[in-house]
Design a protein around this ligand. Structure first.
Ligand code: NAD
Ligand code: AKB
Length: 332
């Protein structure tokens, strides 16, 4: 029997793609896509419903009425948005998670997926290959909610027997939905600007290096950890998972291999201070050993695929697509 899945935050960067992957795996009728506000255009065909995770009774009603046994809880406020409105970040990220865990515990949900982030690390963590067990002393409200959320997940696994599984995602790069309110968003914006205008103003400095991952790998990580045998999941806070690390300047150089005329200006804003507290790379040995995590994409393959997919997508919507100034693409 396929699982009956509820996805919260389904209209976001991850959810809008994960819903399609889950519907392909488990059947469209077995995946309920929910968000505070979600439209048919944002997710693949199937059941969609409004759901505000701040309301426990609404979360319980959705789980009960659809006989849900598996939840992917994605609703959240990300790092940069969280620094602009720290009260909202605390409320949505903590109350939303606790409501999902309480409802899951009371209604007998089998498995819950909840993404943590490299934002759990703070300035005192090793910058290179930050280990699974590094001290977690984040200096952002987002990071604080992720560390507390990890502990809450482990608590509900032990005390309430909710089978919660979690990974610490790096910055995610996708050709589909645009990111919302994160510090790593530049690594998506840069591709749109390269294609549309041939130039980009980056809000991080050229040398800022961060852990990143291409969305197809992130979606595979989420389904792989959720389908793994329970005894393989030894870490019930959250697993480090890595794929690639690069600086903004290295990404510019990679895109320039395809578009030699591409130009980037670097004008760091408040997001630089957040990026400066995160590691450059992380060590994900436990995820590789316990449940077989392996990435498929590095910076070269990701860049080629992003440019292919975005060029096709933007050309399809050419009525609003201004090609003036866009440098010619070269075969690499
Ligand atoms: P996103 O900001 O694109 O989407 C989050 C969604 O949550 C939005 O559609 C928003 O409408 C919804 N939401 C906000 N408040 C809500 C509420 N009260 N009730 C219901 N829905 C609400 O975020 P994302 O990039 O898809 O991230 C999903 C999860 O993955 C988050 O927990 C995030 O911290 C984590 N994560 C993301 C990244 C990344 O690079 N995208 C990296 C690490 C971790
Ligand atoms: C953000 O920048 O906030 C996210 C993340 C790494 O958690 N992309």
């Amino acid at each position: 029997m396929p699982p009956k899945v509820l996805v919260t935050g389904a209209a976001g960067q991850i959810g809008s793609e994960l819903v399609g992957v889950l519907r392909d795996r488990y059947g469209a009728g077995n995946v309920v896509a929910t968000d505070k506000a979600v439209t048919r255009a944002q997710v693949s065909a199937g059941i969609i419903e409004p759901l505000d995770v701040m309301h426990l009774s609404s979360v319980e009603r959705a789980i009960r009425s659809h006989h849900v046994d598996t939840v992917f809880h994605l609703a959240a406020i990300l790092s940069a948005a969280g620094e602009s409105n720290s009260d909202l970040a605390w409320d949505v990220n903590m109350d939303g998670l606790k409501n999902v865990l309480d409802a899951s515990s009371r209604l007998g949900v089998d498995r819950v997926f909840w993404p943590s982030s490299i934002g759990v690390f703070g300035p005192d963590a090793p910058k290179d290959r930050a280990p699974q067990g590094a001290a977690l002393n984040p200096s952002t409200m987002y990071g604080i909610t992720k560390v507390a959320g990890e502990l809450l997940c482990a608590y509900y696994s032990q005390k309430h027997r909710v089978d919660v599984r979690s990974v610490r995602f790096p910055g995610l790069i996708s050709s589909e939905a645009k990111p919302g309110g994160g510090t790593t968003d530049y690594a998506v914006e840069i591709f749109y600007s390269a294609i549309q205008s041939g130039e980009y103003t980056c809000f991080l400095s050229k040398g800022t290096t961060l852990p990143m991952m291409y969305m197809p790998d992130a979606l595979r990580a989420a389904t792989t950890i959720m389908e793994a045998d329970p005894e393989k999941i030894r870490i019930r806070t959250s697993y480090n998972i890595g794929a690639m690390s690069f600086s903004a300047g290295e990404l510019e150089a990679e895109i320039s291999k395809h578009m030699p005329g591409f130009r980037v200006k670097y004008i760091p804003d408040s997001r630089q201070a957040i990026a400066d507290t995160w590691p450059r790379s992380i060590d994900d040995a436990p995820a590789r050993k316990d449940w077989g995590w392996r990435e498929k994409y590095g910076i070269g393959a990701m860049t080629s695929d992003m440019l292919d997919k975005l060029e096709t997508k933007l050309k399809a919507g050419q009525k609003t697509f201004n090609t003036t100034g866009s440098p010619a693409r070269r075969n690499v």
